[in-house]
Design a protein around this ligand. Structure first.
Ligand SMILES: [Zn+2]
Length: 255
């Protein structure tokens, strides 16, 4: 059995229904699960940049919502892992459902007339998000997977690499999420014998944040690229500092 080395910290007793594998208040007195907290930065900062870029390019509001939704998920997850309080747990889980609803709306309305609002799909999605369960979250993700595979198979085959990269990264993240839950004892034991840097790298729940953050960001990029291609906008993927992909719109030619 792994010794449970939980320490007491700033936020007091854990009240959330889930306490993840990373041991509490080991790195910082103010942050319950340090690695599971800071890894959320990838889900907060790049999407904010994406939202600004999308707004500047005058693209549809739903894509600004997509990016901001993802950053809200990141902030919620940050607060939850930092405090492990039940109230914050809801901040982690609810935005996940709502932002995925926005993703679904974008991807299912991408071949409609510009700026036309689909009230029926919005009502349906609200119904879904109110009946929140993990099963439904899984269903929504499945919708996204099926729809994106459909689009890159039959409509825009050149977007296949982006689609499968996003999907692959997300699935790798889910694999780490499971590893963290199933092999927590082994992982904790192993960390006692490893140097701290290696110990930090084996925080698989933190890897789940990094990979799903990156996978979701790439998904929005894919969705936005499908949409802007359909609207004949000439979207172009550019790499910020040579690494981080962003989408830019070339100026419209008026003819
Ligand atoms: Zn988490």
């Amino acid at each position: 059995m792994a010794p449970h080395m939980d320490r007491l910290g700033y936020w007091g007793r854990v009240t959330s229904t889930i306490d993840w594998c990373e041991e509490n208040y080991v790195v910082s007195f103010y942050i319950a699960e340090f690695w599971n907290t800071v890894s959320n930065l990838i889900m907060i900062l790049p999407p904010i940049y994406g939202a600004i870029q999308t707004f500047r390019d005058g693209l549809e509001f739903r894509y600004v919502c997509s990016f901001l939704g993802l950053s809200v998920v990141g902030v919620g997850s940050w607060c939850f892992h930092m405090t492990l309080q039940y109230k914050m747990q809801l901040m982690d889980e609810l935005p996940m459902i709502y932002s995925t609803c926005v993703f679904v709306y974008c991807l299912y309305e991408c071949f409609k007339q510009q700026n036309k609002i689909g009230f029926i799909p919005i009502a349906l999605l609200l119904f879904f998000s109110v009946s929140v369960t993990l099963v439904m979250y899984g269903t929504l993700v499945a919708c996204l997977v099926i729809r994106s595979i459909y689009i890159v198979t039959w409509v825009y085959p050149w977007l296949r690499p982006l689609c499968y990269t996003s999907l692959g990264i997300f699935m790798l993240g889910f694999f780490f999420w499971n590893m963290d839950n199933f092999y927590c004892g082994t992982l904790r034991n192993a960390r006692y014998n490893l140097p701290p840097v290696v110990g930090a790298v084996t925080q698989f729940h933190a890897w789940w944040h990094i990979l799903t953050g990156l996978g979701s960001y790439l998904h929005i990029l894919l969705s936005l690229q499908i949409r802007t291609t359909y609207l004949k906008y000439r979207p172009k993927v550019k790499f910020l500092c040579g690494v981080w992909p962003t989408l830019h719109i070339e100026p419209q030619k008026t003819s």
